[in-house]
Ligand binder design. Structure first.
Ligand code: ADP
Length: 303
């Protein structure tokens, strides 16, 4: 029997260099990337919906059309007159990618401004997914609204999954950033942190410290991603390690964590054990980093 997955956050317009001064237009954003891989990996009796706010401009229309074409539900997406989506540009310099963002006025910053709308969307879903980037783009009142609805969902027994995705440039104050990430985790029943980020920002000496810290915050299931070192799962008093799938070629690591989350959650929701689900997440992530871009053709993914 299927169910309903809802991912909450910001999808942006992506511009990347296409040679001769031309720019290629795409769409991406961490929570949207995970929705994309959920849609690719889940059976058809599961719905995948994206929750955000967009404008009423042609670029917002194009983004919605892309989502619908991918089979991702858009009926919960609010349109805000006069607003536009956020945008980022990828520049290559000596093989290194740098990102420039135009997102301060993005419609997505208003995604949690209508609490009744948010509540209805969450109540209509079985599993809700959000990230530290979702929190990082919101004003403090909007963070409170979102987290109180997510706490309600967790208390009612729904799965609330959270990837801390710590991005200091979204936050003006480090202490506020860390406190808000912790509040996000408290509202979640499952967290999917990347050890690299947790080490730098929370000072965790090892993966075990990250696991312990999230359990103390009241998260029953902790899944720590550690790049090529694989994943550590901690749930029901057990700790398991699942190795990464070796990457023959690492072409572009964008979306490694987002695609792992999609591969992992899709299997977990359809009856796999956490270790089986993590093995699928790792296989999906290795395929994704072997190709350019955040969103690869679902036909390329392992079944
Ligand atoms: P993030 O992209 O969020 O920082 P990680 O770097 O921990 O997340 O990667 C997420 C997942 O992607 C890992 O758990 C692993 O399965 C896979 N992965 C990332 N880098 C590699 C790599 N070099 N080789 C194989 N798998 C990788």
């Amino acid at each position: 029997m299927g169910g309903k997955f809802l991912s909450i956050g910001e999808c942006m317009v992506e511009l990347s260099q296409a040679g001769d001064g031309l720019l290629r237009r795409g769409f991406a954003g961490d929570t949207f990337n995970t929705a994309w891989y959920m849609r690719a990996c889940l059976p058809a009796d599961w719905s995948v919906d994206y929750f955000t706010a967009l404008g009423d401009d042609p670029m917002s229309d194009e983004m919605l059309a892309m989502m619908s074409k991918a089979g991702i539900g858009t009926s919960q997406i609010r349109r805000i007159p006069g607003k536009t989506p956020g945008l980022y540009l990828i520049t290559l310099k000596d093989g290194e990618r740098t990102f420039s963002y135009w997102r301060d006025t993005a419609a997505a910053k208003k995604l949690a401004d209508d609490a009744n709308h948010l509540r209805a969307a969450i109540e209509a879903s079985d599993i809700i997914y959000f990230s530290g980037i979702t929190l990082g783009i919101l004003a403090s009142e909007a963070i409170d609204t979102l987290l109180s609805e997510l706490r309600r969902a967790k208390a009612s027994g729904k799965i609330v999954a959270f990837d801390p995705n710590i991005r200091p440039r979204l936050w003006s104050d480090k202490d506020v950033m860390l406190k808000t990430i912790e509040a996000g985790a408290r509202a979640a029943s499952l967290v999917l942190p990347s050890f690299d980020d947790e080490k730098v920002h929370f000072g965790d000496p090892d993966v075990a410290a990250t696991v312990a810290r999230y359990h103390v915050l009241g998260v029953p299931t902790v899944v720590v991603k550690d790049g090529p070192n694989g994943v550590t799962l901690s749930f029901d008093g057990k700790v398991e390690h699942v190795p990464a799938v070796e990457a023959k070629a690492v072409v572009d690591t964008t979306s490694a964590g987002d695609s792992f989350n999609g591969g992992f959650l899709s299997r977990l929701l359809t009856g796999a054990t956490p270790a089986e689900a993590a093995a699928h997440g790792a296989a999906v992530a290795t395929t994704v980093i072997g190709h350019h871009g955040a969103l690869i053709d679902p036909g390329l993914l392992p079944v």
